[in-house]
Design a protein around this ligand. Structure first.
Ligand SMILES: [Zn+2]
Length: 357
């Protein structure tokens, strides 16, 4: 019997990409439970790495894949980049051919009408670039990026649950055809309440209640509960430098989040400063954070969104996280620009050097 394991990307303290009030982890889980249910009902054998909103680190996640006895792992994701990029991507490991990854990408493209962005593999210093590929050998793990959450055109379609389900069903059909299992159309609903998204979106756009912010000036451990943070046990994640919203405070600990109104990670505030003011005394509205990527050392901060005419206002080091007020098309860069907030000022970095986190 063909065994397949579904991997819902992210989960728990890791929301994945966030845009337009949606957290990637929610749709990843929806995709995983859909595939799991449908494939099992069609006579294949499918399991999941997670069936709930829980945190899985890379080791436990990949161990689950390896111990499942599956030959195929489908890792479900929704993409985000600079707001302009869009379309379908599948990523396959260095040890595999592109055959199944290509069929899946074509299936989603044909059903969605989205462009096919790429089917690719990526090499890093120690083998595969992505841990899901590197740590799951010999399983053929295919990362599926159904579309871009942060692209308006993709999002306007993706936000409809029936549309998302049609993409998952396209993958079901591809898997059946590939493994020569008789395909019969069907559907599955995991009961996830679409209203959650709507409420969340309303919360973001209309509730102008000021939410306290908290600046983290060096990477610190993040925990799932306030008591874990207090006793510094069961360290679950790293909260990177950046400006966060305060979701909740308890026992002197703070729950910080990148998305207003959504729980994030618990931290133990350095020096017990639970009311530390952000250094940016700015009225500029923060919509999220980007991490500096794709540069050798640092990205240039510009005074206007035009690489050729801008004044160089300084640099921000690779891997650093910086709050953003938005993104703009600007001039002389096909990737556009991130509008970043730096020392209270509105500055710009090239779109390809920032990734939403
Ligand atoms: Zn993802």
């Amino acid at each position: 019997m063909i065994k397949i394991i579904q991997d819902a990307g992210h989960g728990g303290v890791d929301p994945g990409a966030q845009a337009f009030g949606v957290q990637e982890k929610v749709w990843c889980l929806e995709a995983s439970t859909y595939l799991n249910n449908r494939l099992n009902s069609l006579g294949l054998y499918s399991t999941e790495t997670r069936s709930k909103d829980i945190t899985l680190d890379s080791i436990s996640r990949t161990n689950l894949v390896k111990e499942s006895g599956a030959t195929i792992c489908l890792s479900h994701h929704f993409n985000a980049f600079n707001g302009f990029a869009r379309g379908v991507e599948t990523i396959y490991p260095l040890r595999s051919t592109n055959v199944l990854a290509t069929k899946i990408a074509h299936g989603i493209r044909d059903t969605s009408g989205f462009p096919l962005r790429r089917v690719f593999q990526r090499k890093g210093a120690n083998g595969d670039w992505y841990f899901m590929h590197r740590l799951t050998a010999p399983v053929e793990t295919i990362i599926i990026e159904y579309g871009f959450l942060d692209n308006k055109t993709d999002f306007q379609k993706l936000e409809r649950k029936e549309f998302r389900k049609s993409l998952y069903e396209a993958v079901v059909k591809v898997i059946c055809t590939h493994f020569q299992v008789r395909y019969r159309y069907g559907t599955y609903d995991n009961g996830y309440d679409e209203m959650n998204i709507i409420k969340l979106k309303e919360g973001l756009s209309t509730k102008r209640k000021t939410v306290e912010k908290y600046e983290i000036s060096e990477d610190i451990p993040g925990y799932m509960t306030a008591s874990d943070a207090k006793y510094q046990r069961n360290h679950a994640t790293i909260v990177k430098t950046g400006v966060y919203y305060i979701f909740h405070k308890s026992e002197g600990m703070i729950n910080v989040t990148a998305t207003k109104g959504v729980p994030g990670s618990w931290i133990q505030p350095p020096n017990n400063e639970t009311t530390r003011k952000t250094t940016s005394k700015t009225k500029i509205r923060i919509i999220g954070n980007v991490q500096i990527v794709g540069v050798n050392h640092a990205a240039i901060l510009m005074d206007r969104p035009d690489r050729l005419k801008a004044k160089n206002m300084g640099t921000i080091a690779k891997d650093k996280i910086i709050p953003i007020a938005g993104s703009v098309k600007g001039k002389n860069n096909p990737y556009g620009y991130w509008e970043v907030i730096y020392e209270g000022k509105r500055l710009y970095i090239s779109g390809q050097f920032g990734r939403r986190v």
